[in-house]
Unconditional design. Structure first.
Length: 560
């Protein structure tokens, strides 16, 4: 993610009336006996890009000093990360309504699945294939759970992708799933299937470290809704997996999580552990989160299928907050069908996360591409970029499948100017980390890392944060106009402004592998959907994935 350069100022900053924000408050508190002077206000003007007359500066002093006292009052409140904003972001365009009718889903699980002669080949079976084996009692959940726990322990020293094993809990759950199946109770395609989850999600009785040194011994006395939902579906949690510290990158307090295709580089992030372990066949699926690329980027790097759902589709209760208006949990899998299966288990309101809407998931993989309006992000595909040749082949595959591709463009809007919405919310989420100076414990301390970004965000005036969200409202309306002309569209994974624009508007995305580069490492293409229409999005992505075999290739270092 990009970061703005900010000139250092020797004064502690207060901003304009209606919400000036103190700068450098992470270093020390301002002495309240030393009032803000007219000269301090004049110096602060350079930071916020405004200019006032001496008379105006003099008139501000009383209010600015009063606001400073209010800031101190707020800092004395107990506002842990779990406390959300009272304002709830809604990505719904003006006047837009959605169908509330839930249609039946037929998973069409494969039936003629047998155990491989080499048991290690089980590592790369899809959730759907493993579900068939368990349902037909060709393997037990306990056997499968032990198998994946052993693989995690064997290969984790190479990947650095596990923070906490949940072995005792997992084996108890697996035994329960086997007993239920013996008694005729089958919970569905996730019954007895092991998985891993990004260590941003709380699990009662276990550490929740957020991948960051200041929190590496933290426990949260709750269990996240996503884990509860997967428990209800019969899935078996085997490990809490690495996140780049505080959901940024692939560096955590135990090192750098590695790319299974090239151990000399990181897996990208921040869903670093989920993507790496799923790609390497250490878990059948995993759960990650995205705020600005944290499912998309590691899925691209590691060659997994990543679903970033619509904002407000999956509850974030029990999950670390980075940006209340942009965070989105979602599955990382080896196939689009698996992503649909997992998503079906975790979506929907829970009474805790007020952003989650009660809308259906209508998924039907038997879809005719010729009946859909499928767009492609024309200027992005025509630009000069490394994956252009493979992306063009993707378009040709879709045309052969019957798709008539419609050229389109994203809204012409200065979206990069809105990126500080994320950093403002993140700095608020971790305000106490900055004020306590524990940010110095973070492993990554470069200028673009969180500690400096959180400090710099103290210069962002509240007025400008609100203005950015008003501009975001305009962007949502413009994006809705674009989406009126297509059912889904395709974009180069990092093409143009697609990643930032759609994370701001809340649109869902599916990333799938579309080839391998000259070094034998995976590349990807991104399918983009309408708000709350993951069903159509996943169905189209599955048509493409079924027509190629890239998802059936796995990192050589982990196939033995």
């Amino acid at each position: 993610m990009a970061h703005r350069k900010i000139k250092p100022v020797i004064y502690l900053l207060t901003g304009l009336a209606a919400g000036f924000i103190l700068a450098f408050s992470g270093f020390k508190y301002l002495d309240n006996d030393q009032p803000i002077t007219q000269q301090m206000i004049a110096a602060a003007e350079h930071v916020i890009g405004l200019s006032f007359t001496p008379v105006e500066q003099d008139s501000m002093q009383d209010q600015v000093n009063e606001q400073l006292k209010e800031y101190q009052t707020l800092r004395n409140l107990d506002l842990p990360n779990q406390v959300p904003m009272s304002l709830v972001f809604d990505p719904t365009p003006q006047g837009k309504t959605f169908s509330k009718k839930q249609k039946p889903i037929h998973w069409d699980l494969p039936r003629e699945i047998s155990l491989p002669d080499n048991r290690e080949d089980l590592a790369f079976y899809t959730v759907a294939q493993l579900a068939s084996l368990i349902k037909q009692r060709k393997i037990t959940s306990v056997e499968l759970t032990k198998f994946y726990l052993n693989r995690l322990k064997k290969f984790n020293p190479k990947l650095k992708a596990v923070i906490t094993y949940t072995e005792d809990r997992a084996l108890n759950r697996a035994r329960q799933m086997d007993r239920e199946l013996e008694n005729g109770h089958y919970r569905g395609p996730l019954h007895g299937i092991p998985y891993g989850i990004k260590d941003l999600f709380a699990l009662k009785g276990y550490k929740t470290t957020w991948g960051a040194t200041p929190y590496k011994n933290q426990t949260v006395d709750q269990t996240a809704t996503v884990i509860k939902r997967l428990d209800d579906a019969g899935a078996v949690l085997v490990a809490k997996l690495t996140s780049g510290a505080l959901a940024y990158g692939d560096i955590w307090y135990g090192g750098k999580t590695r790319n299974p295709w090239n151990l000399d580089e990181g897996s990208s992030g921040s869903s670093a552990g989920p993507a790496a372990t799923t790609s390497a066949g250490l878990v059948p699926f995993s759960i990650g989160t995205e705020t600005l690329g944290s499912i998309v980027s590691p899925s691209n790097r590691c060659g997994t299928t990543g679903l970033r759902p619509t904002f407000g589709r999956v509850s974030r209760y029990g999950c670390m907050a980075l940006s209340w208006s942009m965070d989105k949990p979602g599955p990382i899998t080896r196939s689009v069908q698996d992503a649909a299966i997992v998503f079906n288990a975790i979506y929907g309101p829970d009474g805790h996360d007020q952003s989650v809407k009660d809308l259906p998931f209508n998924y039907n993989p038997d879809i005719d591409l010729s009946s859909l309006r499928i767009g492609y992000y024309k200027s992005a595909f025509e630009s000069d970029y490394p994956n252009k040749e493979r992306d063009q082949r993707t378009l040709e595959v879709l045309r052969k499948l019957g798709a008539e591709l419609i050229p389109m463009e994203l809204p012409d809007y200065p979206v990069s100017a809105l990126q500080f919405i994320l950093t403002t919310e993140a700095a608020s989420a971790f305000s106490q980390l900055t004020l306590s100076k524990r940010d110095s414990m973070m492993v990554w301390q470069e200028k673009v890392a969180w500690p400096n970004t959180f400090r710099s965000a103290r210069f962002i005036p509240a007025v400008e944060y609100i203005q950015a969200n008003r501009a975001r409202y305009q962007l949502i309306q413009k994006m809705a106009d674009v989406m009126q002309n297509v059912d889904i569209y395709i974009s180069p994974t990092f093409g143009g402004t697609n990643l930032l624009t759609t994370n701001l508007t809340g649109n869902p995305a599916v990333v799938v592998t579309n080839g391998f580069d000259q070094n034998g490492e995976p590349t990807s293409i991104t399918f983009m959907g309408k708000l709350y229409d993951e069903g159509t999005l996943l169905a189209v992505a599955k048509k493409y994935q079924d027509a190629v075999d890239f998802d059936e290739q796995h990192p050589p270092l982990f196939t033995d």
